[in-house]
Design a protein around this ligand. Structure first.
Ligand code: OMP
Length: 248
């Protein structure tokens, strides 16, 4: 199984994000757009990464009533910079121009939102993608954040949430490397495991508690490793990304 690197673009402006993508692509192909960047610049960054050739992981961790999550997942599936009714309306016609030529590749919801919410999210992505004739974005559920200290029942909680996500029709979960092997065993080979909290042996964990090296996470069965600060704050982000990739 191949393990890929996703760089978290946790920066405050479109320009900074563009600079980082410019430095890292094509060595890095996957970029995570999270709440900070999306709040700062909106869908334009999605379009930019798509045009560059990269793939976007839109990590907005939706957690709301099923109807609201259904609508926002449908909107995210059709995300575009074209200023038209598509933004905000899951029922609106397909965007024109090149907007949906760069759809997001993966999105997050919170597993604690419950099975009905996750099921509606999965259905919304499927339906909207079919309508637009584009590949369905993968929907993955955040389980227990990697910033939470491990407790005696962390693995059990992650496993229960992963099973609920799978039953609900989601494509995978976000969990730490510490639970990845158990999730892989319980949910099978095709279930996507996304793992943040990745550090090289000498790396500063910061607020992350359940951390692991790239090699450990890959050996545990993670498909995608999410790395932010160790790359963003490095004097040479490309060299830092290559070091992470080399440590897989
Ligand atoms: O959903 C996520 O991406 C996520 C889930 C989780 O449990 N832990 C976690 O750190 N993340 C994200 O992964 C990235 C990790 O960043 P660094 O700790 O700087 O490498 C951040 O963008 C977090 O928002």
């Amino acid at each position: 199984m191949k393990t890929d690197l996703i760089v978290a673009l946790d920066v405050e402006s479109l320009q900074k994000a563009k600079d980082i993508v410019g430095k890292l692509y094509p060595a890095v192909k996957y970029f995570k757009v999270g709440s900070q960047l999306f709040t700062a610049c909106g869908p334009e960054i999605v379009q930019f990464i798509g045009k560059t050739g990269g793939k976007v992981f839109l990590d907005l961790k939706f957690h709301d009533i099923p109807n609201t999550v259904r609508r926002v997942v449908a909107t995210g599936t059709a995300i575009s910079i074209v200023s038209e009714t598509t933004i905000g309306s899951p029922e609106a016609p397909a965007p024109t121009g090149d907007s949906v030529r760069y759809p997001v590749f993966m999105m997050t919801v919170h597993a604690v939102g419950g099975q009905e919410m996750m099921r509606w999210a999965a259905e919304a992505a499927r339906e909207r993608a079919a309508q637009l004739k584009i590949e369905k974005p993968k929907i993955v559920a955040v389980t227990v954040l990697t910033s939470a200290k491990a407790s005696s029942n962390t693995q059990e909680t992650v496993l229960a949430l992963a099973r609920e996500a799978q039953i609900s029709g989601l494509d995978g979960v976000v969990c730490s490397a510490h639970e990845a092997a158990a999730v892989r065993k319980a949910c099978g080979e095709n279930f996507i495991i996304v793992t943040p909290g990745i550090r090289l042996p000498d790396g500063d964990a910061g607020d992350q508690k359940r951390v692991a090296t790239p090699a450990l996470a890959a050996a545990a069965g993670s498909n995608y490793l999410v790395v932010g600060r160790p790359i963003l704050e490095a004097p040479d982000p490309l060299a830092a990304a290559k070091k992470m990739l080399g440590a897989l």
